[in-house]
Ligand binder design. Structure first.
Ligand code: NDP
Length: 274
């Protein structure tokens, strides 16, 4: 299944839909990733903080899919931020992933006093061609302004919480102006949007599920999306969004759902290095 690609500012092609592999319960992701690759996913989003880079590496190696056909993202954790420590963290991630190069390396969260040094390390890795693209996550306008005031390379991606209740209109305009591709984390709001009447009505009129409507809305809004599912039926459902289009009117109705509402933060003490 061809699931469509967007082109980053440096020309690199990134799939519109990828598989997120963060699980609060720390479920083993290996089988789900293998299943996802079998049904057509080509992009996997992990992070050193998720503790499952080895599982991503194992699933990719066992899939037999040529490395050049995949798009692998990982992130430098907060505890590793800084110049030298980021370079070390990168080598550690690559060893766990069993890969020679990475497609996208992100700063997981802005850390005051450290992220600018972290960015210099990412720029070096990019220049050395160890990563095909570099970017940030959870960066708001003030964080991006600070970064852009010293950066040699403008981030290619900004991965943020994005769903119909949180639409970040100002940040989107800023990123668009700077050629930064937006990417949605927790696009399904972890299932909290099931039962929403507007989404239910639109889903019914297209013969699709609410999840498919949200994910289609993501890509029509210009966001790469990375829903997490370890369930075979939902994995297929989440990538089957390229055979219909939401109308302008439907896009507008979904836009009206925005409440600038973030999801409750999980207990971060469970996560290594976040
Ligand atoms: P999602 O919004 O992707 O929701 C995942 C939940 O929804 C799971 O419980 C999953 O269960 C369920 N689900 C998946 N598909 C469907 C469907 N079609 N119908 C109904 N339920 C469904 O939340 P996440 O927080 O996992 O976000 C996705 C990814 O974003 C993460 O895995 C991670 O890679 C990334 N992320 C990045 C962050 C950052 O700071 N940069 C922060 C948080 C997430 P099941 O597995 O049983 O299908």
């Amino acid at each position: 299944m061809n699931n469509g690609y967007t082109q980053l500012s440096n020309g690199v092609q990134m799939p519109w839909v990828g598989l997120g592999v963060w699980t609060p319960e720390r479920e083993d992701a290996t089988e789900a990733i293998k299943r996802a690759l079998e049904i057509g996913y080509r992009s996997i989003d992990t992070a050193s903080a998720y503790g499952n880079e080895e599982q991503v590496g194992r699933a990719v190696a066992e899939s037999g899919i040529p490395r050049k056909d995949l798009f692998i993202t990982t992130k430098v954790g907060n505890g590793d931020q800084g110049y030298e420590s980021t370079l070390r963290a990168f080598e550690s991630s690559m060893e766990k992933l069993q890969m020679e190069y990475l497609d996208l390396y992100l700063i997981h969260w802005p850390v005051e006093g450290k992220s600018l040094d972290t960015w210099r390390a990412l720029e070096l890795l990019y220049k050395q061609q160890r990563v095909r693209a570099i970017g940030v996550s959870n960066f708001h306008i003030k964080d991006l302004e600070a970064l852009l005031s010293v950066a040699e390379i403008v981030p290619m991606v900004n991965q943020i919480e994005f769903h119909p209740l949180l639409t970040h209109m100002e940040l989107r305009a800023y990123c668009k102006q700077h050629g930064i591709q937006m990417e949605a984390w927790s696009p399904l709001m972890k299932g909290m949007l099931s039962g929403n009447k507007t989404l239910d009505d639109i889903a019914r009129s297209h013969g699709k599920t609410v999840a498919q409507i949200i994910l289609r809305w993501d890509i029509q809004s210009g966001f790469v999306t990375i829903p997490k599912s370890f369930n075979a039926t939902r994995l297929l459902e989440n990538i089957s969004i390229f055979d219909f289009t939401l109308t302008e009117e439907e896009m507008g109705r979904i836009a009206l759902l925005n409440k600038n509402e973030k999801m409750p933060m999980p207990d971060l003490s469970k996560f290594r290095n976040l």
